[in-house]
Design a protein around this ligand. Sequence first.
Ligand SMILES: Cc1ncc(C[n+]2csc(CCOP(=O)(O)OP(=O)(O)O)c2C)c(N)n1
Ligand SMILES: [Mg+2]
Length: 321
Amino acid sequence: MQLSRENLLKAYRTMRTIRDFEERLHVEFATGEIPGFVHLYAGEEASAAGICMHLTERDKLASTHRGHGHCIAKGVDVRAMMSEIYGKKDGVCGGKGGSMHIAEIGKGMLGANGIVGGGPPLICGAALTAKTLKTGGVAIAFYGDGASNQGTTLESLNLAKIWSLPVIFVCEDNGYAEATAASYAVGGTQMKRAEGFGIPAVQVDGHDFFAVYEAAREAIERARNGGGPSMLHVMLDRFYGHFEGDATTYRGTGEVDRIRAGQDCLRRFRSKVTDAALLRHEDLDAIDRESAANIDAAVVHAKAAPLPSDADLLTDVYVSY
Ligand SMILES: Cc1ncc(C[n+]2csc(CCOP(=O)(O)OP(=O)(O)O)c2C)c(N)n1
Ligand SMILES: [Mg+2]
């Protein structure tokens, strides 16, 4: 399906914002100013962007420890995210979550998640709500190749199938779980796993925004029309280590350079749309400038923003019903 000019610009803006956010965090984390762990999504942008383009706020999303891209694509404000990562009071979770727990329920962003395999069961609950209340919403579980081996993920595939839930399981396969290669750790294939549960699945080139967008469109349409769950096995690569500070001794010499040179989803998007004369280089250059300025402002703001106060320790602890 042909995307409108407006949507092409939106897709590029989302991917560019994620890339700039992550590249900047890579630099800023090294200064020691950012507390906690940070896992960067750079290289994987086409997956979050291609899927979330189909979603609105009524649709729910569960993310992973590598969640910044999912949050941005789901519409969470980058300034509030940056403040959150710096642990500041005006962060999207009041500075209490940090990188691995960014959530904004109102936007359908149910949270990044430090528990590998934590997202799929959570999203089955969100999908059951959508189905029961007939909201028309769908629920997306992003999870990694490592998380695909967790019992929680396999149980969720089964549950989503037997209850015919409007879930899209998105396995973001970047070839590694920490330092362990998927080729070593994953038995069988993701496609066969889905087939085993009677769930339609498709393998997608995650470096290609358009491939992800198309596959997601079909799966989301199926879910919205009562056709139950689907799986997308998205093949992609991360540009950085598992976490910031990872020496990445387990990756081959020149592996990341080759990926950056040949498999960069942003570059591929740019050449596709400019070759086809859908957008001009100047259109994209303008977005590059706008995004760089936004991220810059977000970092300046986050650094200067106040920390939560002592009294903030006692809020958000219990929920009153
Ligand atoms: C239940 C649980 N087990 C182990 C860990 C430690 N851990 C954090 S990330 C990770 C690897 C996850 O790999 P994958 O699912 O492929 O995601 P990726 O990091 O590649 O995006 C592990 C084992 C954890 N956080 N939670
Ligand atoms: Mg992985």
